[in-house]
Design a protein around this ligand. Structure first.
Ligand SMILES: NC(=O)c1ccc[n+]([C@@H]2O[C@H](COP(=O)([O-])OP(=O)(O)OC[C@H]3O[C@@H](n4cnc5c(N)ncnc54)[C@H](OP(=O)(O)O)[C@@H]3O)[C@@H](O)[C@H]2O)c1
Length: 242
């Protein structure tokens, strides 16, 4: 399989790239920092003797058509596209500086939607079989923390659902994961004992590749939390400030 991982230099994206390389798949890694990308690609080539190339792109400055062209230039056909990159902001409990707000929306919503949109012809002609997006449990129910991040992730879910509806007659799979806390540099130390390892999440995503489409929770027990939060009355819910 030929796969592109957007947000592959760290955390979950890097873990996915590792598992894909281990399985012998041909990869293109995308992120902002060429030094990180070169180091990850080099490491994977040495450990797994597979073709791993990389592309620098800043999702805060969306150029989805250009990115699609560059990915296809490296890989030819793309079988699986993983849109993993995400960005939080410590000031995202309002008010935020406008530039920071726009960056959070661009990385978590505008760019992944624009990239999926750019690859729509590939999904429709059957060359791209798997589109995987990464959402967050922050989108379960709106709170005063991660206000912009959570709404961007909720928007991304909406787009993936619409895409799944649009492509229901096509053979491709559209999957989106509401991921819980992970032990990565995005939220260092924040998830405490609830934080999953990015490797365990990557393995679960790859085990479900080609399985049911739609939104799923990882780890799966977050679904129970979502149900409980969903039925919590507002007067109790406003007391949860964490
Ligand atoms: N960590 C958590 O607890 C948690 C919880 C729920 C959901 N998630 C979601 O899971 C996904 C992975 O998160 P993670 O914790 O693995 O994050 P991470 O460790 O911070 O890694 C983020 C990746 O995205 C890339 N990225 C960030 N901004 C970018 C930009 N402007 N342009 C291009 N690439 C960019 C980073 O590359 P550069 O360093 O080169 O920018 C890096 O490869 C995200 O979508 C996140 O929202 C995370």
């Amino acid at each position: 399989m030929k796969a592109a991982v957007v947000g592959a230099s760290a955390g979950l994206g890097r873990a996915l790239a590792e598992r894909l390389a281990e399985a012998g798949h041909e990869l293109v890694l995308v992120a902002r920092d060429s030094r990180d990308l070169e180091a990850v690609a080099c490491d994977l080539r040495i450990r797994f003797a597979t073709s791993v190339r990389w592309l620098e792109a800043d999702l805060a400055v969306p150029d989805a058509a250009g990115l699609r062209a560059r990915i296809k230039d490296k890989l030819g056909r793309v079988d699986a596209l993983f849109l993993v990159a995400g960005l939080g902001d410590d000031t995202d409990h309002g008010p935020m500086e406008e530039a920071a707000l726009e960056r959070v929306i661009a990385v978590n919503y505008t760019s992944p939607v624009a990239i999926a949109n750019a690859f729509l012809p590939d999904l429709m002609d059957g060359s791209l079989s798997h589109l995987v997006g990464i959402g967050s449990v922050a989108a379960m129910r709106a709170r005063s923390r991660n206000m912009v991040y959570g709404s961007a992730k909720r928007g991304l879910e909406f787009y993936f659902e619409a895409l799944r509806h649009r492509l229901s007659a096509y053979p491709c799979r559209i999957q989106l994961y509401r991921v819980g806390f992970m032990d990565t540099s995005m939220l260092p130390g924040r998830g405490g004992p609830l934080a999953a390892s990015p490797d365990s999440i990557a393995r679960a995503i790859l085990a479900r590749l080609g399985g049911p489409g739609g939104v799923a929770y990882l780890p799966r027990w977050w679904r129970l939390v979502a149900i409980l939060l969903g039925v919590t009355p507002w007067r109790l819910f406003i007391r949860f400030k964490g």
